[in-house]
Design a protein around this ligand. Structure first.
Ligand SMILES: [Zn+2]
Ligand SMILES: [Zn+2]
Length: 337
């Protein structure tokens, strides 16, 4: 019967495989699963082209387990959508908004996930001050802040983010076609910004999101289309509190299409197994302080042995068709609060 169970497992979709994992000393083993979600989406409630109902259906039909509707300075109620489209352990709408601020003519956009009430932009004399005030306003509404598309309008720098406290998340990839993820013209890429911040000792986790606005013109490369970047979150249940706290503690990875079959972090090693995809080949790059390459693997299984003096270690998987996954940094020096 053991053999039969093995065969059964082999045909169950990876998502349904429950992983056993021990959380903390002396606590009972917790069963966790991976949930696919997008935390940045627009609808007709701001500048999207499609109703909240149809947007929620698009993500459900395309294999997502959770979705945050994040309209500009609008908190869309998801109670009705969850009654209509939600399903235990299958699909969940989490409320949210994109707090849309402006400092000295530059855009400052920050999502508030699971906020309990609408949060209005707080503004500030400097970009760093405004980010801090928006973070604090989102926290006061019991939401989880994430800083969006830093290079949109070349608005938010690593120096700004280093001054901010009580934030934990920013977008390392945003699927909108004009947000300058890669940097250029003397401005750093989002990865360079990330490494700059991490090298200063501040812990920040990276999200991939769609920032989808346009669902009605899938042929148009200038449209902000859905399905471009998402997160895979490890949690015990598909429930708002469990998803939010997994994001807050960095128990997720960001991806534009690379799927991990295994991802485990222990004090001794970081273990990544990339799910095979036809003839696609991969590189797994582990980097540390100042973005320095520590080790590169060209196999689907990559195990990095932590030395302890790297400052931090994070991994990026790049496949032969240009899709990418980013795992979260493991801080090895004293992390700033
Ligand atoms: Zn935005
Ligand atoms: Zn947006």
């Amino acid at each position: 019967m053991v053999r039969a169970a093995g065969w059964m497992l082999a045909i169950v979709p990876a998502l349904l495989l429950a992983a056993r994992r021990v959380d903390g000393q002396g606590s009972a083993p917790t069963t966790t699963r991976w949930y696919k979600g997008n935390t940045h989406t627009h609808t007709l409630n701001s500048d999207g082209d499609t109703s909240p109902d149809d947007v929620a259906r698009w993500y459900r039909q395309h294999g997502y387990q959770f979705l945050v509707l994040s309209d500009h300075n609008v908190l869309t109620s998801v109670d009705g959508l969850n009654a209509l489209l939600g399903m235990d352990e299958q699909y969940l709408l989490i409320p949210g908004e994109e707090v849309t601020d402006r400092v000295d003519g530059k855009p400052l956009h920050m999502n508030g996930l699971a906020v309990e009430r609408v949060v209005l932009p707080a503004g500030g004399a400097t970009m760093a001050e405004a980010i801090q005030r928006d973070v604090d306003a989102i926290r006061a509404a019991h939401g989880l802040p994430h800083l969006n598309h830093p290079n949109f309008g070349w608005a938010v720098t690593a120096a700004d983010l280093k001054r901010v406290e009580r934030d934990r998340l920013f977008e390392i990839f945003n699927g909108h076609p004009s947000v300058n993820n890669e940097g250029g013209g003397g401005m750093p890429s989002l990865e360079e910004i990330w490494d700059d911040i991490l090298s200063s000792g501040k812990l920040l986790y990276g999200l991939a999101t769609d920032d989808a606005h346009h669902f009605t013109r899938p042929w148009d490369p200038t449209a902000a289309r859905p399905g471009r970047g998402w997160v895979m979150v490890r949690a015990a249940h598909l429930e708002s509190g469990a998803i939010i706290s997994a994001l807050e503690r960095g128990d997720f990875y960001a991806t534009t299409g690379v799927v991990l079959a295994e991802y485990e972090v222990s004090p001794r090693e970081i273990r990544i197994v990339v799910k095979p995809d036809g003839t696609t080949r991969v590189r797994v790059r582990f980097t540390g302080r100042n973005g320095r390459l520590l080790q590169e693997f060209t196999t689907n299984t990559a195990v990095y042995a932590i030395r302890g003096d790297e400052g931090y270690v994070r991994a990026k998987v790049i496949d032969s068709n240009g899709l990418v996954a980013w795992t979260q940094p493991v801080m090895l020096g004293p992390a700033r609060k």
